[in-house]
Design a protein around this ligand. Structure first.
Ligand code: PLP
Length: 425
């Protein structure tokens, strides 16, 4: 015994099936990516066996001398990557990173200003079904109306709400927003009302690390931007599933204590090691080239989708992410039906509400796409145009099973030409 295939063939074969799915269908979910084999190796290492409650040099159990070096390496690399005075690599996820910041900086019922969920905010930005909406008094700002330069963050709305509600914290950053959010105006508004700023960079952390998106820790003139920046390590940053926090020194120790012992137990040191590997990868010059290609691919994809009759929310993208309004393509077509049709064609994405969506969050009138995973496999602009065509055909011919099957075969042929890193020799 000792190996998955012999000890647990049932589970091993499920992993085989998922390996096949990931390598023969298109991964267009904006929050996903393919890690390197090195990241997967660290994730599956002996470090999973160790308890290390506490922080480097301050552990509650023995035997942590090597673990301390691992976690310190991750912290040091992350500080370099974000030019950050302080970093914490222990959050198990992006949601936990946000929870720790709220727990550190707020008291229950405190007022927080964040992006409305139906305009692109995340569940942890005050959804009534999430702890954040139940413990704190969230007020939501939105995006501007459609039109030239429209559907971008409405800073006037943020300012008005800040004056009216005097929040203790302003949250910037989003889960379904294709444009760059500069922190300058947020900092100004926060300073005027005496609020702190948290930037949730879950989606764009990789772009920031590569310098293709402004670092929200600093304003464009180099002053203090966000007090803290939270993010996930598994999206554009291309590391293992997990979270992290960087910030200016002043809130560091209170957030460290809020995360442990306040909110989490023992850290996942195998995951922290994998984060360290991903941070090292992100410090290399090639990572910048990769992220530049991610954005070029997103722009080419947006243009190609527009030519197929889709309207892009905000008219395009500056990032890895695209939000497509299906109403212009086919007013009858909901996000739910579109997502299911694309699934049958081997194209994996998720439905998403668009600003002012007449349909419910479960049905929606939009689709969200991202180019991070496709770009990791080596796809470029030419493939983006092909994928846009697959999407348009699969949706137009969604009632015709033979057409959908034909698209699926073409999708598979494309995927076989651009295998994920785990299949590369
Ligand atoms: N914040 C934002 C903006 C996100 O998009 C996400 C993930 O979707 C999260 C937080 C939560 O991350 P996780 O799923 O790792 O808890």
């Amino acid at each position: 015994g000792g190996h998955l295939r012999s000890d647990d063939p049932e589970l091993a074969s499920l992993i085989d099936e998922e390996t096949k799915r990931q390598s023969t269908t298109l991964q267009l979910i904006a929050s996903e990516n393919f890690t390197s084999l090195a990241v997967m190796e660290a994730t599956a290492s002996v470090l999973t066996n160790k308890y290390s409650e506490g922080y480097p040099g301050k552990r509650y159990y023995g035997g942590n001398q090597i673990i301390d070096k691992v976690e310190t390496l991750a912290i040091e690399r992350l500080k370099r990557l974000f030019n950050a005075p302080w970093a914490n690599v222990q959050p198990h996820s992006g949601a936990n990173a946000n929870a720790a910041v709220y727990f550190a900086l707020l008291k229950p019922q405190d007022t927080v200003l964040a992006m409305r969920l139906d305009q692109g905010g995340h569940l942890t930005h005050g959804s009534p079904v999430n702890f954040s909406g139940q413990l704190y008094n969230f007020v939501g700002y939105g995006v501007t109306d459609k039109g030239d330069g429209g559907e971008t963050i409405n800073f006037d709305n943020m300012y008005e709400l800040a004056l009216k509600h005097r929040p203790k914290l302003i949250v910037a950053g989003a889960t379904a927003y294709p444009r760059v959010i500069t922190v300058d105006r947020v900092r100004e508004i926060a300073d005027e009302v005496g609020a702190m700023v948290m930037f949730d960079a879950a989606h764009v952390a990789g772009l920031i690390a590569a310098g293709v998106y402004p670092n929200p820790l600093y304003t464009s003139s180099g002053g203090k931007g966000a007090d803290v920046v939270t993010f996930t390590t598994h999206k554009t940053l291309r590391g293992p599933r997990g979270g992290a926090i960087v910030g200016h020194e002043e809130h560091g120790s209170v957030i460290d204590r809020a995360l442990f012992p306040g909110f989490q137990g023992g850290p996942l040191e195998n995951t922290i090691a994998a984060k360290a590997v991903a941070f090292l990868e992100a410090l290399q010059p090639e990572f910048r080239l990769y992220q530049e290609q991610v954005v070029r691919n997103a722009r080419a994809f947006a243009d190609a989708l527009e030519r197929q009759g889709f309207r892009l929310v905000s008219g395009g993208t500056d990032t890895h992410l695209l939000l497509v309004d299906l109403q212009s393509f086919d007013p009858e077509l909901s996000g739910k039906v579109a997502q299911e049709a694309l699934d049958r064609a081997g194209i994996t994405c998720n439905r998403n509400q668009i600003p002012g969506d007449p349909r419910s969050p479960f049905v929606t009138s939009g689709l969200r796409f991202g180019t991070a995973a496709m770009t990791t496999t080596g796809m470029e602009e030419e493939q983006m145009r092909q994928v846009a065509e697959f999407i348009a055909t699969a949706l137009r011919k969604r009632e015709d099973e033979s057409e959908v099957t034909r698209v699926r075969a073409e999708v598979e042929a494309l995927c076989l030409k651009f295998p994920p890193p785990f299949l590369k020799k």
